[in-house]
Design a protein around this ligand. Structure first.
Ligand code: NAG
Ligand code: NAG
Ligand code: NAG
Ligand code: NAG
Length: 356
């Protein structure tokens, strides 16, 4: 009896150890049988969450070079069923031709699709997914950060310290723009814009204006105290102008000298969308001449911005190297969604976030 008391728990433990759990039984099974799909992962640093999902059911091929080499990508893409598009490289006919006609599923790990020849993908009827919405909170946080950093002169303040110009004997030194009671204008007002507006509502802003092609739902307008206005009115009335529209033929270069000349001289411009929506040389002039107060950018044209670019000489510009979605959790979730997109495309099911 005493013997049993010792043995029983021991036996249970052994039984536990040798009974494979569901996941390992499944993966063993898959290792023994051939995996039905071949999937290319186009970047060596795709978060593990995405890889883990795909490897259950797919034979994975991964681009190893960093930065990813086009040549390696074009070689490895041959004959694959699915592509997990991990980087910012151009996804065009060249890639689709190299892959071959069996290709049935692609997902990017990004919200924007400006590196994708969408018409070409559509023409071939290949399901394409992307990962919008999941990055909204991270990008919105950064936008609020840039809005305050630019409005309150963070970059200039840091330089004052470094250059020995901490001149606090002035009474009106380093004065910036208030967020409270301000009018915040959004150029583009989708998920990211709305997430920014929601955050800013706790800063006691006066009103949200937005310019889009289509009006957003009335409930959203009410919740965010938002009003759709023509572009000129947005420029004319906003204390902060936040660009959160996708890049398209329609939005490219819209923020040019003409637009800056319609803005308040106290206005702060924030761009967390795409660099090419702004005519960068015109922005430089508007900031240099204090035609507008300041700008906060997470995006530029080109990217990377050359280290000797004249934008970087401006005191009234806060700029980040396109890090809007760069948090561990966000990147990990983006990879998960992209992997689900690819798997669903392979299974002939509707993707979680279809791009068209
Ligand atoms: C294992 O694979 C076989 C065929 O290869 C299949 O019939 C069976 O359902 C699989 N078992 C599990 C647990 O996935
Ligand atoms: C700025 O763009 C608008 C169209 O969006 C155009 O009408 C205007 O002429 C442009 N201004 C300059 C200085 O390029
Ligand atoms: C906005 O438009 C009104 C009417 O045209 C004009 O009086 C005002 O100066 C404009 N404001 C700015 C900041 O340009
Ligand atoms: C990043 O996120 C993943 C998934 O949420 C988690 O497993 C990992 O521990 C995180 N890594 C760091 C450095 O926070």
């Amino acid at each position: 009896m005493a013997m049993m008391k010792v043995l029983l728990p021991l036996l249970c433990l052994v039984a536990l150890l040798i009974t494979p759990n569901d996941a390992s039984r499944r993966s063993k099974n898959h290792t023994m049988s051939a995996k039905p799909f071949k999937v290319l992962i186009t970047h060596p640093e795709v978060p593990q969450s995405g890889i883990d999902l795909l490897k259950e059911n797919c034979e994975l091929i991964q681009v190893q070079s960093l930065p990813p080499s086009r040549t390696e990508l074009l070689q490895k893409v041959r004959g694959v069923d699915g592509i997990f598009w991990g980087g910012h490289e151009l996804l065009n006919a060249e890639v689709l031709d190299a892959a071959g006609p069996q290709l049935k599923s692609i997902s990017t790990m990004s919200a924007g699709l400006d590196n994708v020849d969408l018409d070409e993908v559509k023409r071939r009827k290949i399901p394409l997914g992307h990962t919008p919405t999941v990055l909204n909170p991270a990008v919105a946080d950064l936008a609020v950060g840039l809005l305050i950093a630019a409005g309150r002169r963070f970059h200039e303040g840091r330089k004052k310290i470094e250059t020995g110009h901490w001149e606090n004997y002035h009474l009106n030194w380093m004065l910036g723009q208030d967020v409270r009671d301000s009018v915040v204008g959004f150029y583009g007002f989708g998920g990211i814009g709305q997430a920014i507006a929601k955050r800013l509502s706790s800063f006691d802003i006066d009103q949200v204006l937005y310019t889009t092609r289509r009006r957003v739902h009335r409930e959203i307008e009410q919740e965010l105290n938002a009003k759709k206005v023509p572009f000129d009115e947005l420029l004319n009335k906003s204390d902060f102008v936040v660009i959160c529209a996708p890049l398209s033929a329609e939005t490219q270069g819209v923020f040019n000298a003409t637009a800056f000349n319609k803005m308040k001289t106290t206005a702060v411009l924030v761009n967390i969308a795409r660099g090419k929506i702004v005519k960068q040389n015109d922005l430089y002039n508007a900031l240099k001449s204090n035609r507008i107060f300041a700008a906060g950018l997470d995006v530029s044209d080109p990217e990377p911005l050359p280290p000797n670019d004249k934008l970087l000489t401006l005191d009234n510009l806060v700029i980040m190297p396109h890090i809007g979605s760069a948090t561990n959790r966000t990147r990990s979730e983006m990879a998960t969604i992209a992997a689900h997109n690819v798997l669903r495309g392979l299974a002939g099911e509707r993707m979680l976030s279809p791009a068209y």
